[in-house]
Design a protein around this ligand. Structure first.
Ligand code: IMP
Length: 191
């Protein structure tokens, strides 16, 4: 099997594409964008969601590819919105989340899972970013809940960071780095 340093990323989210391609470009992997909605099962586990989405997307395109899924888990809300973060973002939005957190603990974390699929070879990589939900929005960078997520040890939200700064610490960058290192090591030959 020919080893290539290009990889297809199936996502409709341009910000995710930019972050993953930025991180992987540093390890010599070129990411091509396949703009399509990944099919998503309902689960509370990002690794299960990407694993199933990877299968479905591989069945559709029959080429090696990656898919990604993110959850935002707020401890005082017993993990809500978790893997339903996208639905929460579209419905109650950032302001709704801030309202829910009035008088409550603000500790939260992002989890990102990336699944690589090539035939019967499938591997999932996961990264996590611990932090807290700010009292109010700040910053205009990034996307989603970035304007209210403050990583541990920082006083700025993710939306106040540059792409490079976010990618030095983010959940998605950690998952992408784990994938990239594995991919470059040639483990792709495992079958
Ligand atoms: P999904 O992985 O596209 O299902 O993302 C779930 C939700 O979390 C979406 O509404 C995004 O807006 C949000 N989200 C995903 N990744 C990030 C991130 O890196 N920062 C902030 N919000 C994110």
């Amino acid at each position: 099997m020919q080893r290539s340093s290009n990889i297809l990323f199936v996502t409709t989210n341009e910000d995710k594409f930019k972050e993953v391609s930025f991180v992987l470009s540093k390890i010599g992997i070129v990411v091509d964008w396949l703009k399509d909605e990944k099919e998503e099962i309902q689960s509370e586990d990002t690794s299960e969601i990407v694993s199933r989405a990877g299968d479905m997307m591989y069945r559709k395109y029959a080429v090696p590819l990656i898919v990604e899924d993110t959850g935002l888990f707020v401890r005082s809300l017993r993990g809500f919105p978790g893997c339903f973060a996208s639905y929460a973002y579209k419905t109650i939005g950032i302001q709704g989340l801030l309202k829910l957190l009035e008088g409550k603990g603000r500790e939260a974390y992002f989890v990102s899972s990336i699944c690589y699929v090539q035939g019967s070879l499938k591997k999932v990589f996961t990264g996590r970013l611990e932090g807290r939900i700010a009292e109010r929005e700040a910053g205009s960078g990034g996307f989603g809940f970035d304007p209210v997520f403050v990583p541990n040890g920082m006083s700025k939200t993710l939306a106040e960071l540059t792409l490079e700064e976010k990618c030095a610490i983010s959940h998605r960058a950690k998952a992408a780095t784990l994938f990239g290192e594995w991919f470059k090591m040639g483990n792709i030959y495992e079958q």
